[in-house]
Structures are given as C-alpha cells and as structure tokens.
Design a protein around this ligand. Structure first.
Ligand code: GTP
Ligand code: MG
Length: 155
C-alpha cells in the first residue's frame, strides 16, 4: 500500500485490521507489515521516488498487487498523487491495482473524475476502484477483488 502523506493509509490499515484477523510483523515510521489469513500487507508510510521493490524484505519476497490510496478531499494533491502512482507503475509492470479513494464523505471530486485524471483506462493491468470514508466502506470488496486477482495470476 502506498499513497501520498496524509492520504489516509494509516486510517485504512487500522480499518482493515479491525475487520480481519491479523498478526503484526513489523511496525515502524517507514513501513508497517501485517499478516492476514489470505495475504500479507506492507504499507509504505513515506515513499519517495524509489521503487517499493527496493524495500521488500525476506518475508515479502515479491510484490503481487498494489493498493494505492488517494485523498478525494484534497484537490491540490491530486496531480502529485497521479505522478506517484505513475512512477511506481513504471517499476511494477503488470500487477493488479486497487485504487482506494479515501475521505469520500468529504470528496471534492467524483470517482469518475479520478478514474479519468489517473488515466486508469490506459492501464494494461487489471484495476479496481473502491471508496472509503463514505457511509458504506467498500474496502472488503476491494480486498476480495485483489485476492482473487493474485490467486488468478498464480494459477
Ligand atoms: N474526516 C476524515 N479524515 C480522515 C479519513 N481518513 C483519514 N483521515 C485523516 O487524514 C489524516 C491522514 O490520515 P492517515 O491515516 O494518517 O494517513 P497517512 O498520512 O497516509 O498515513 P501514514 O503516511 O501511513 O502515516 C489524518 O488526520 C486522518 O485523521 C476519513 O475517512 N475521514
Ligand atoms: Mg501520515
């Protein structure tokens, strides 16, 4: 999981951890690593232009999917957010992407507008968009989709 500072990653991690049984592996300023029954999750709290591949540790040998968090309440950061996603995608070709639109109850932009701005239609890999922070949090659907994608790739 990546996203700009203040995009809502830590809040999302807490939300996921409340819903699903997990084992903490590592928790620090830069990275949180958690083990769930179906998958391992690595959150990069402070990612820069470096590839996240450079930070993969022996527990997480390979990145199989990406959760990208974008704050829908902050229009000023949307372009930087897109640039961050692009820079990571250039280095992680072909992996499925779950785009989580956070703070959707305070959104300044619609899902459709984000999909267009982020040029998701042009992506070659599978992608899926869900919101959080709205009345109905869609994180479970998003994680189910991601897990199915990973299983499908492994077959
Ligand atoms: N109102 C509202 N605020 C939110 C929501 N999600 C996150 N925030 C706030 O947005 C700020 C940033 O959220 P964090 O969860 O710390 O996100 P982050 O900075 O991407 O996380 P890390 O970089 O991993 O520390 C915090 O002040 C949160 O309280 C939300 O759904 N609603
Ligand atoms: Mg933060």
């Amino acid at each position: 999981m990546i996203g700009l500072p203040k995009s809502g990653k830590r809040t999302l991690l807490n939300q996921i951890s409340c819903k699903f049984k997990h084992t903490p592996i590592y928790s620090g300023d830069l990275i949180t690593a958690l083990k769930y029954s179906k998958f391992n999750l690595l959150c990069y709290h402070n990612i820069d232009d470096n590839s996240i591949q450079n930070h993969v540790n022996p527990v997480f040998q390979k990145i199989e999917a990406l959760i990208f968090v974008v704050d829908s309440s902050n229009l000023a950061d949307l372009n930087n957010s897109h640039v961050l996603l692009q820079s990571q995608l250039n280095q992680l070709k072909g992996i499925p992407i779950l785009l989580i639109i956070s703070k959707y109850h305070k959104a300044q932009i619609t899902i459709q507008e984000i999909v267009i701005q982020f040029e998701l239609i042009k992506l070659r890999q599978p992608w899926f968009v869900r919101t959080v922070g709205s009345d109905v949090s869609e994180i479970e659907e998003g994680l189910d989709w991601l897990y199915d994608q990973i299983k499908h790739i492994k077959q």
